[in-house]
Design a binder for this molecule. Structure first.
Ligand SMILES: [Zn+2]
Length: 244
């Protein structure tokens, strides 16, 4: 676990990031990693001098297997509420994802493809662990949770993908709306996710417009290192990179 900003902690086991937000002794988990990341979460909460009871909610950027992994366990053992955009709610509850628009075989020659695949398989993220009860949010909604996150709906990667703005802290959590490392090719830098993992890649590119005008100097993605050069430059580079 590393602190990326005051009260904002990044959890990762190499491929996927999720984040703990602290505010006045309350904790919010933004995304929930893979199922096998439970021990990492428990350790991180303990390292902050807190217990699982302090975990108020899990806020999902989308319902993919490597982002929702510990959410149901957090809900049932820590009594945390789980929030997801309304367009990803069915995927979260039922654990079934619609097909993606790129083919996995186009990445077969990439070492990164296997690194990601094996890492996620080892942590049980080959299928979605359903969350029995979810609370939904809509575009533009500010949630009464630690950090007061505001949802910015940016579909494409999934229908219900959303970025989350912590306005008071100048931080934008982008989930898989915008990554800084491509989990299938290994390319580093701001970019949308690869077609092999997107439901609708042209829509994902168009949705970058939803992040325009957001004043955040730090971008925290679902995959890759934190970006500290602001949203304007991140968007410029992501558009220049195009689809993969
Ligand atoms: Zn995803």
């Amino acid at each position: 676990m590393t602190q990326v900003r005051e009260g904002i902690h990044r959890l990762t086991q190499g491929v996927v990031n999720f984040y703990l937000i602290e505010e006045g002794g309350r904790l919010l988990l933004v995304d929930a990693g893979a199922p096998g990341d439970w021990d990492l979460l428990v350790r991180a909460v303990a390292d902050l001098g807190r217990g699982l009871d302090d975990l108020e909610a899990v806020l999902l950027t989308h319902a993919h297997a490597d982002h929702i992994g510990t959410a149901e366990r957090a809900r049932t053992t820590a009594h945390a509420r789980v929030f997801v955009h309304q367009a990803d709610a069915a995927m979260a509850r039922e654990g079934s994802a619609p097909s993606n628009d790129g083919k996995a075989r186009s990445y077969l020659l990439r070492t990164e493809f296997y690194r990601t695949l094996f890492s996620l398989a080892r942590r049980g993220a080959t299928r979605i662990v359903p969350v029995r009860e979810v609370t939904t949010f809509a575009d533009g909604e500010t949630l009464d949770l630690p950090g007061r996150p505001r949802a910015v709906h940016a579909p494409g990667h999934t229908d219900g993908s959303a970025a989350l703005l912590l306005e008071g802290r100048g931080v934008l959590l982008t989930g898989d709306v915008l990554a800084t490392r491509n989990p299938l090719t290994g390319r580093v830098g701001p970019q949308i996710m690869p077609s092999g993992l997107n439901h609708d890649t042209p829509q994902a590119l168009r949705s970058l417009a939803a992040l325009e005008g957001i004043a955040a100097d730090v971008v925290l993605p679902g995959h890759g290192e934190p970006w500290t050069d602001g949203t304007v430059e991140a968007l410029r580079l992501a558009r220049a990179a195009g689809p993969s």
